[in-house]
Design a binder for this molecule. Structure first.
Ligand SMILES: [Zn+2]
Ligand SMILES: [Zn+2]
Length: 275
């Protein structure tokens, strides 16, 4: 089995716009046997009014609410079309947003029967002026998060604290079992020259607690190689020091390319193989 558990499509407003079929053909060419299509869920109604920072970051974060039915229909058609070549798993990368648990639960209950595989990810945190997307740009992160919490590492700790809430959250029977890119807060880590950006001692404690909870709940992790290719990150989410702990605890982890472009499919798979 060769599996990519985290990929995007033309329905992603911050993706390349390339047809998902081209992603699938690339995965087949690379010998993948299993391929999960996990588009970003739409943002809750009214969320924009409670968000701050770069407007583009917010409006391009998730797929359009009006596209969900068509998205699912199209992905299930492609799953059938390529069934002989590859096992396609249709689903979402679901956003966990504190305070919007009811919206997320309703969404999952509405579409759960059509979901084969899904990821629960944290991209939004409370920051300057309201909710902020944390992975848009180093400048937006600095203005919205680092200045708000005081230091890079204080913002980092907020990320892991919120991941603990994510794992505990009751989102109903269709809650995803896999936690996305658990160190996304490190995406711009080498950009800030005047900041300590390694994982703080407090963050390590929070991560240990997180891994305990993930293990206890029978969840799994997204081993997401996208960070290796980000100019200010240079390591997977999570990095190898954390993967050591993941392996010690025998927590399942699934390779995810987090492809937003056809050329991303399969990237960093070697790093996964050598774990
Ligand atoms: Zn994305
Ligand atoms: Zn993500």
């Amino acid at each position: 089995m060769k599996r990519d558990g985290h990929t995007h499509t033309e329905f992603c407003p911050h993706g390349s716009g390339e047809e998902v079929e081209l992603f699938i053909l690339k995965a087949i060419e690379l010998g993948f046997t299993d391929y999960s299509i996990t588009e970003h869920t739409p943002l809750p109604k009214g969320f924009k009014d409670q968000a701050s920072g770069e407007e583009d970051a917010i409006i391009t974060a998730g797929m359009n609410a009006g596209d969900v039915d068509y998205y699912l229909k199209k992905m299930h058609q492609l799953k059938k079309k390529y069934a002989k070549e590859i096992n396609i798993h249709v689903g979402f990368e679901v956003d966990y947003i504190t305070g919007f648990e009811d919206y997320t639960t309703d969404f999952l209950n509405e579409y759960g029967k059509l979901i084969d595989d899904s990821i629960l990810s944290l991209h939004f945190l409370q920051g300057a002026g309201g909710y902020r997307v944390i992975d848009y740009s180093p400048e937006d992160y600095q203005n919205g998060m680092i200045h708000h919490y005081g230091t890079f590492q204080k913002a980092q700790e907020k990320y892991f604290q919120t991941l603990l809430q994510l794992v505990d959250a009751d989102l109903g029977i269709y809650k995803p079992k896999r936690v996305g890119h658990i160190t996304l807060c490190q995406k711009f880590q080498t950009f800030y020259k005047d900041e300590e950006t390694h994982l703080s001692a407090e963050s390590i404690v929070l991560i240990d607690n997180l891994l305990e909870k993930v293990k206890k709940n029978g969840y799994e992790l997204d081993f997401n190689t996208a960070g290796m290719f980000k100019p200010y990150c240079g390591e997977p989410y999570p990095p190898l020091q954390i993967m050591k702990k993941v392996k010690e605890r025998e927590i399942p982890f699934i390779y995810g390319s987090d492809s937003h472009h056809v050329t991303d499919v399969g990237r960093g798979y070697q790093a996964f193989k050598t774990l």
